[in-house]
Design a protein around this ligand. Structure first.
Ligand code: ADP
Ligand code: MG
Length: 250
């Protein structure tokens, strides 16, 4: 079941031996159930920090993060996470066994685990690669396995932090189409981090634009375009222009 996400006046200050860094400053936004939200901003503006707080890996210095209206503590296994890094898969597990991981954590019986893992590998177009190890897969395929793994155990929300930033442009386009299709099929609540405006316009129901360091919400832009979206259409180009002007880059 998809869950709503609320950030309320979230601030994060990193404190290291020598200095203090205000990474996220009083950020509030909501992601509705089954909404696809893109978090867009320049490098270093605090996107990953915000994701790590939503994932529960990092506690806010101030403010609250709620999943399905509850504090993070009460929703432990409720977030599927996909990172940029290709090395996020377990190298000693096959694609199928990687996808089974979250199901093992939930004590799903072996036969059902296998069936579910194969179903999600099929969803990301990797049915024929179930018994292959990560090093035998291309970067794009590894990210597809990571997506299958993140959603196979049915988390309430799916968090993706620049999952395709390290891929070549053609593979990235293909992966964006895949994410669009997977989301339309599963209707997860998604937070998708990117610094790429076209990617945000292709994928998002709404875009939260962040200011450069320290991260603050600069604008929220709703994207009311039919899917799948055509990057060459006038409304698409217009939406890109609106966002670029918010970023001060037009
Ligand atoms: P983004 O993902 O938007 O590129 P990050 O969330 O990674 O931004 O970083 C936001 C800011 O916080 C940056 O100035 C970065 O240098 C700083 N930062 C990130 N992680 C740490 C950390 N573990 N310790 C100290 N500063 C950090
Ligand atoms: Mg980042």
């Amino acid at each position: 079941m998809a869950k709503r996400i609320d950030l309320r006046h979230v601030t994060l200050r990193y404190i290291t031996d020598s200095r203090e860094v205000l990474a996220v400053d009083d950020v509030s936004f909501t992601v509705a159930e089954s909404e696809f939200l893109c978090l867009l901003g320049p490098s270093g503006c605090g996107k990953t920090t915000i994701m790590n707080m939503i994932a529960g890996f990092l506690a806010p210095t101030k403010g609250d993060v709620l999943i399905g209206g509850a504090d993070l503590d009460g929703t432990k296994h409720d977030r599927g996470v996909v990172f940029q890094d290709f090395s996020q898969l377990f190298p000693w597990r096959t694609a199928r066994r990687n996808v089974e991981f979250g199901l093992e954590m939930r004590n799903v019986p072996a036969a059902e685990r296998k069936r579910t893992a194969l179903e999600f590998l099929r969803l990301v177009g990797l049915a024929d690669f179930a018994d292959v190890y990560p090093h035998q897969l291309s970067g794009g395929m590894q990210q597809r396995v990571a997506i299958a793994r993140a959603i196979a155990y049915s988390p309430g929300v799916l968090l993706m932090d620049e999952p395709f930033a390290a891929l070549d442009a053609m593979t990235r386009d293909e992966m964006q189409r895949l994410v669009n299709d997977v989301w339309q099929e599963t209707k997860k609540t998604v937070v998708y981090v990117t610094h790429n405006v076209a990617e945000a316009v292709y994928l998002g129901d709404r875009v939260v634009v962040l200011d450069a360091h320290p991260g603050r919400v600069k604008a929220e832009i709703a994207l009311d375009l039919p899917r799948p979206r055509d990057p060459l259409s006038a409304p698409f180009v217009d939406a890109q222009r609106r966002i670029l002007s918010q970023l001060g880059m037009h």
